[in-house]
Design a protein around this ligand. Sequence first.
Ligand SMILES: [Mg+2]
Length: 410
Amino acid sequence: MRAVTKDLSDTYPRAIVHVDGDAFFASCEVAKNPTLRGKPVVVGGLRGIAVALTYEAKARGVVRGMPVFQIKKLCPEVVILPGNYEFYDQIAQRMYAIVRRYTSEVEEYSIDECFAELYDADPEMIVRSIQADLMAELGVSFSVGLATTKVLAKVASKFKKPKGLVCIPQGAEAQYLTDVSVGKVWGIGPATAQKLNRAGVRTALEFAALPEWRVREGFAKPHVDLWRELNGEPVFAVHSGKQGMQKSIAATRTFRPPTKDKALVFAYLVKNIEEACRRARAHGLEARHLFFFLKSQEFQYRRFEATLVRHTSATSAVVAAARPLFERAFSTDVLYRATGVTLSGVQPKIGQSALFGDIDAERENLVFETVDQVGRQFGAHTLFLAPSLEVRKGVTEKPHFTLPYLGEVR
Ligand SMILES: [Mg+2]
């Protein structure tokens, strides 16, 4: 008998996988408590709006962002849960680890997504195996896309949710792009989608079919890159964690006198976060992990670590991740003398920016672009988050504006 070996190097000159959790936070809750299976479940009780929901809740008309009172009216049998982000992150870490069994090139893109590059002869078989492992070991379903570029892999994973497994070999792109509206393509924001629609370009396929000169003339470089990726030309690399983890940005501050004032200690922490994020943005970087410490008068350190819900340089997102840890860690009978922050898992913003298709992230990015612009004009830290006002009382003479506290943990 002759062994049959398949060589798919023609169909996948590069094999990029995108793994994406289906209704991830809600699926994690169901995995933890199987009695919830088949029920409409909504996560987000603490914020008062639906942050995530099961497909059963979706089928009853619940949508993301819907206020809880409205959900209860619409669907009285709904189960509303507060959200357990540490647990979701544990599942995410296990998800990354499972994908790493198949390749070392894994990019932890967000709490429920990763990209990976495969080097096997039969990548289609590998992605089936990855998906089966995820389901069997985590009890959470993931949609998996395989294609020749990151943007196409994103199209593939989204194509048939939930539990989708879609492979787009080289040459088969058109049939997958024809029904995708151009605004749904990773990286195309609402403004660009509108501009394209006005020019008569409605689908991803119509965008991909534009002649290159038209794209280059009418659009900025990131959109030219997207166009190339849609046409199967790899532009964006898979950034495996290791290279990212080497880089970090730290900001530390000792305060005098030492203090027991909780609001003040938190304000110092927020000020460090503001400083670290400002530097990250100045270098065009985004971080995935946050470490911070509180140091007592007796030089005892308590260290904390949080994985951010996505790569970000938005101060508000980082503060939101730090706040619950701080709340738990702070003790009223300790005299604190310093706090410090390190952002790690730092990567260049171009090519992986979470502004791709994420409205919250786009809004945050915009806010902090403005903060930086004002800072350049009127001095750094002219605009800052309300919690750090505490350390600025009497420190700053020039007029300043505070931003509302943006967002809780997502
Ligand atoms: Mg998802």
